[in-house]
Each structure stands twice: as C-alpha cells, then as structure tokens.
Design a protein around this ligand. Structure first.
Ligand SMILES: C[S@@+](CC[C@H](N)C(=O)[O-])C[C@H]1O[C@@H](n2cnc3c(N)ncnc32)[C@H](O)[C@@H]1O
Length: 272
C-alpha cells in the first residue's frame, strides 16, 4: 500500500465515493454540529478530512471570520479540497498535511473539533484523541461519527457473498492497523482525557434499491472489492461473485441492506 494511502485508497473512485457518502450522512452531521454549538467565528478542526466535503460545509458555518483546519495525510485529497475551496471563493480553510501515525497534530487552539471515520484508521488512536483534546479550549466540543458495531452489515434476503465480503473487508482493515468499531474505545478513553460525554445517537439504517442511501453501500462494495483485488487479498473470480451477488440483490425491489452501526458522540472538554 502507498505510504499515505488508506485501506480504501485515495484514487478518483474513492474520492467520488466519499462525496456520495457525505451526501447521505450530511443531514446527520449538520444536526450534530448544531447540537454541539458550532457557529460563526469559531476555529474548528476536521480530523482526517479526506477531500473535505464536511470541511466545506463547516467553512460555511464558521464564516469568513472563523477558520476550518482540515487535516489529512493524503496530499491528493487535500489538493482536491484546496481546488474546491478556491473555486468557491473560500479563504477560511487551512489544509494541513499530517500523518497521525508518525506526526503530531499542529499546535493550534480549537473551539471545536469534528472527526468522522478518522480514528478507525489510525495506529495510535488514543494518542491522537489526546492531542485533539489538548488543543480544545475548556468547554470546547468534540463531535465524532465512528462505527460501534460494523457487524450489523446484513442483507435481506440473506446474501452470503455480500455479507461475507463485509467481514473480510473489516478483517483486512484490522490487519492494516485500524479498528472499525473504534467508537467503543473512544467512549472508554474520553473521561480519562478530561472530557464528559454530553450526548450520543446511534444509526443503523435500512436501505432499499430505489433510495439514494442504497448507492452508499453499493459503492463501498464495488470500490472495496476492486481494492482488495488490487492489494492481492481477493481473486478476480471472488470479486466477480460479490459484484454479481450485489446486482442480483439490487434487482429485487424488496431487498434491504443494513448499514454498519454508527455512533455519534458529542463530548465536552472540562476544566482540569
Ligand atoms: C473514510 S475517509 C473519511 C474522510 C472524511 N472524514 C469524511 O468523513 O468524508 C478516511 C480518511 O482518513 C485519512 N487517514 C487515514 N489514516 C490517517 C492518518 N494516519 N493520518 C491522517 N489521515 C489519515 C485518509 O487519508 C482518509 O482521507
């Protein structure tokens, strides 16, 4: 795997997949930011921002007097974000190239922080969580969207190749040094880092082929299968079986895919 790649890659297909992913989760993210009091004039970090779909929304919320610090290790994702920000005339996004596995987060004072599908890919997530908390002002909020139970991934009717592909994918994710169900660890670590959990919401969504949400797990399966094949962790024949099984499932208007269980955590930094 390339140095600053991650388990799903940083190629154009993954960039598009992350855009679709943001579209189907955007409303939930926005609700969380509102609950946490994200507002104009603040400095907010987007931890592992990817191509910055959320950073662009956050830039709108903080306005020209605020600032979004968008941090990721992928140069190509950060460059996609810079291009978009430039095209939209946004000057309040600062992109920072940082590989949390080997580098410290820049020393900036934050009002709030946002992390979605971020800690799950890191090799030392507790250390990074501590760095984020240390940079928050007292009373600052950390909003996290991470999986707590990836294993809710199921299909109706049961489709073994698709379900098994999901489990195979998360096994490789763990081999790569990450932990898909990191939300449970984050919940455990927050009190010892001086944070109080102020709210939690959980999301396990059921998608049917005719709704937009269906496209999210579909692109995960198609991008993920190709990725495991490229990494030599799946044969081309096995990949074909999974794709065909998905298309058969999709042709059934009564089919469902159950998405992996996601946990929203809003935590507040306490005075020492
Ligand atoms: C699933 S994407 C999520 C992107 C974004 N948070 C979102 O919700 O759209 C995971 C991101 O984590 C980044 N990443 C993975 N490991 C990292 C590390 N050690 N340091 C910095 N970024 C990392 C990847 O480059 C990728 O952009």
């Amino acid at each position: 795997m390339h140095d600053n790649d991650y388990i799903l890659g940083t190629h154009a297909e993954e960039l598009r997949r992350l855009g679709l992913q943001h579209t189907v989760w955007r409303e939930h993210a926005r609700d969380a930011w509102t609950s946490a009091g994200f507002r104009k004039g603040q400095t907010i970090a987007d931890i592992c921002c990817g191509p910055g779909y959320a950073s662009l929304d956050l830039a709108e919320i903080v306005g020209p007097l605020g600032s979004v610090v968008a941090i990721d290790r992928s140069e190509s994702f950060l460059s996609a974000l810079n291009t978009r920000a430039h095209a939209d005339g946004l000057q309040n996004i600062q992109t920072v190239n940082c590989d949390f596995n080997v580098q410290q987060m820049p020393n900036i004072m934050l009002d709030n922080a946002w992390a979605r599908w971020a800690f799950a890919f890191m090799q030392h997530p507790r250390d990074v969580l501590e760095q984020v908390v240390n940079r928050l002002r007292i009373g600052g909020k950390l909003v996290v969207h991470e999986y707590f139970c990836w294993e809710t991934w199921r299909t109706v009717p049961r489709c073994r190749p698709v379900e098994e592909f999901g489990y195979r994918f998360i096994a490789n994710w763990r081999l790569d040094g990450g932990e898909p169900n990191i939300a449970l660890d984050i919940l455990e670590w927050l009190p010892s880092l001086g944070c109080t959990v102020v709210s939690m919401r959980q999301f396990v969504r059921f998608a049917q082929p005719h709704i937009e949400l269906w496209q999210w797990p579909k692109t995960f399966v198609f991008v993920g299968v190709d990725r495991l094949t490229d990494l030599g962790k799946m044969s081309a024949d096995e990949a074909e079986i999974v794709k065909e099984a998905w298309l058969k499932l999709e042709a059934n208007p009564n089919a469902y895919i159950v998405t992996p269980g996601l946990l929203e955590i809003i935590a507040e930094k306490q005075a020492p």
